[in-house]
Design a protein around this ligand. Structure first.
Ligand code: DP6
Length: 330
């Protein structure tokens, strides 16, 4: 099954309508997985090996506007990208799935307030905001489930960026992925804070796509990953339902460390850690030993995301220079 088959299945005859609005606009928050998506059972459709669970980052994300134009063009944070830039090509490959007539071109204007490709899930909010903006432009009136499936075709983690709050992406069983979509967990946790510790802004050397594939193919620890995810998902659901922050923090940190262990067991081994990543981890562990309720998670990049409660905000900001704090339920 190809991506275009999934698009036709969801949009059916709506795929053939022309834009109903002059401009399609949307915003999507980025998200941070507390239980990670690491490994695909289908690379074409970005179907995962396991379910995953994330928290959306409120006003950290991407705002997109799309309109019909005389040529294809991407403007990212007020800079016009050259058509051969990697970002522009990946985006228009995705847009092509929804372009029935080759004679129609688009200008896509993206305002993103997170570093691109530094392990801060920029592709997640990028593809989620683009599909939401197309939905607005064409007035398709898609449901969040359908938007999540279509966003997944751009990037797996984008399927979790359609809504705000805690989100679970269901693994699904079907080959066409119609049961692999994300859903809001109806629970707010206003005291929860996320601290973005940007330790390095360089573009990552190996994409998560490539890294997860190498891990599946060669990682000797990868076979243990699905069972770890099953346990962590159930602990996280329990932590969220019962407002148990220690359980949430412990489970998230352990899940991230295990994901990175599967990568270290790949050949050639993959490590996204820089010396400053390890220094920051040691600092979190030391503060925790001293009684602070502080945890971290790490994605496919050297930056860490801290997890803590509002009551410790001042202390955390004092301890970690340049930390940017997000309150997902503000
Ligand atoms: C480590 O969603 O970027 O952030 O589906 O190939 O685009 P593709 O991968 P992507 O992978 C995200 C990996 C992760 C964990 C997570 O967000 O769950």
């Amino acid at each position: 099954m190809k991506k275009s088959d999934v698009v036709s299945e969801i949009l059916k005859d709506r795929l053939y309508v022309s834009p109903k609005n002059k401009i399609g606009e949307a915003y999507a928050p980025t998200n941070i997985a507390l239980c990670k998506y690491w490994g695909k059972r289908n690379q074409e459709l970005n179907l995962p090996v396991t379910s995953s669970l994330s928290i959306s980052l409120a006003d950290k994300g991407a705002a997109v506007s799309i309109k019909v134009n005389s040529v294809d063009q991407v403007i990212l944070n007020n800079v016009i990208l050259t058509p051969d830039s990697g970002f522009s090509q990946r985006l228009f490959k995705y847009i092509d799935l929804f372009r029935i007539e080759n004679s129609i071109f688009f200008q896509i204007n993206i305002q993103s307030n997170i570093p691109i490709a530094a392990g801060l899930a920029s592709s997640a909010c990028g593809f989620a905001s683009v599909i939401k903006a197309l939905n607005h432009l064409y007035a398709w009136e898609l449901s969040n489930r359908e938007l999540s499936i279509l966003a997944r075709l751009g990037s797996g983690s984008a399927s979790r960026s359609i809504v705000h709050g805690f989100v679970e992406w269901h693994v699904g069983k079907r080959d066409d992925g119609m049961d692999s979509y994300s859903e809001l967990i109806e629970k707010e946790w206003p005291e929860l804070c996320i601290g973005l510790c940007i330790l390095n802004r360089d573009e990552k050397k190996i994409s998560s796509r490539e890294a997860m594939q190498r891990t599946i193919e060669t990682g000797s620890l990868y076979p243990a990953w699905p069972a770890k995810v099953a346990v962590d998902l159930s602990l996280l659901r329990q932590a969220i339902t019962s407002n148990d922050f220690e359980l949430l923090g412990r489970t998230s940190e352990s899940n991230a460390m295990t994901m990175h262990a599967t990568m270290l067991s790949a050949w050639p081994a993959i490590s996204y850690c820089l010396p400053e990543t390890l220094v920051t981890m040691q600092k979190v562990w030391k503060l925790r030993d001293e009684g602070l309720s502080l945890y971290f998670t790490q994605d496919a990049g050297p930056n860490l995301k801290l997890l803590f409660l509002k009551k410790d905000l001042h202390f955390v900001v004092e301890q970690f220079e340049n930390v940017e704090v997000v309150n997902p339920f503000r």
